[in-house]
Design a protein around this ligand. Structure first.
Ligand SMILES: [Zn+2]
Length: 264
């Protein structure tokens, strides 16, 4: 690697200055290699590797440069995986810019969501009335955060079914452990459908929510047709954890949100 670069540089007439030690020259090459911009065009702008996905550092022990994979790669991989995990092209278009704000309550929701995405603390909760743009606003937050954190999208109905079907198999265990530990998880349409979730759903939701509740470095975004009071009524342990973590960054929409929504 260094050899190849040295050849290229010397062909271009670039030689080590006569007063440079071998180490100084190699460090100079490291800086030079680190200054070449990369071409990873996935929306993430990484000042550390200039979007190459790796950088070099001078390693004292080996007296030479070593290549280091940049930590932005975890975010890049997670963004690529977003498409595979159900976030289709329609959802890709759900950004803050495309969120319509004809009414004052839309504008306020956008403000709350943007504030959270700019500096996430705790969880983001969007509950209530279907068709009010909850998925849009949560997806916009997820896409914004995906520039800075590894993120994961979970469509509750589909993935909870997959996990329940393979609970004691390696596939189910691996899926569950991924959902538990990913830095940012968006659970879309929690407890969709049934008026009352089954015990299997409740067990699964509690395991996931409780794990993430116990690690305050994990951010969770939840959208659901239920209101917080409904969730607490369905299962107090689950509902109260969501309520506690989402305090200060949540929206709840009752029928006719123009008159009836709140962020508290
Ligand atoms: Zn990087």
């Amino acid at each position: 690697m260094v050899q190849a670069l040295q050849t290229v540089l010397s062909k271009a007439g670039i030689q080590p200055r006569h007063d440079m030690t071998d180490e100084e020259w190699k460090r100079h090459l490291v800086d030079r290699m680190n200054s070449a911009p990369g071409a990873l065009g996935d929306g993430i702008d990484c000042p550390k590797c200039l979007n190459r996905g790796y950088y070099y550092r001078y390693d004292e022990e080996n007296a030479g440069p070593v290549m280091v994979n940049c930590d932005c790669m975890a975010r890049r991989k997670a963004r690529r995986r977003l498409d595979r995990s159900g976030l289709g092209s329609a959802m890709r278009r759900m950004t803050f810019d495309t969120y319509q704000t004809p009414e004052e309550w839309n504008r306020q929701i956008l403000t709350v969501a943007k504030k959270y995405a700019a500096a996430p603390a705790g969880w983001f909760f969007a509950g209530g009335q279907p068709g009010a743009g909850k998925t849009h606003i949560c997806t916009a937050i997820l896409q914004e955060l995906s520039l800075r954190y590894p993120v994961r999208y979970m469509l509750w109905r589909d993935e909870s079914a997959r996990i329940k079907a393979s609970l004691n198999e390696p596939e189910g265990v691996a899926l569950m452990s991924e959902l538990k530990s990913v830095p940012v998880l968006y659970i879309d349409d929690l407890f969709k459908g049934a008026e009352r979730p089954t015990q299997g759903d409740l067990n699964l939701a509690f395991e996931l929510i409780n794990y993430r509740y116990n690690d305050e470095n994990l951010y969770t975004i939840i959208s659901t047709e239920k209101l917080l009071d409904d969730l607490i009524h369905i299962d107090e342990a689950i509902g109260s954890r969501i309520a506690e973590r989402s305090k200060g960054h949540r929206i709840q929409l009752k029928p006719d949100p123009s008159r009836n929504w709140r962020t508290k």
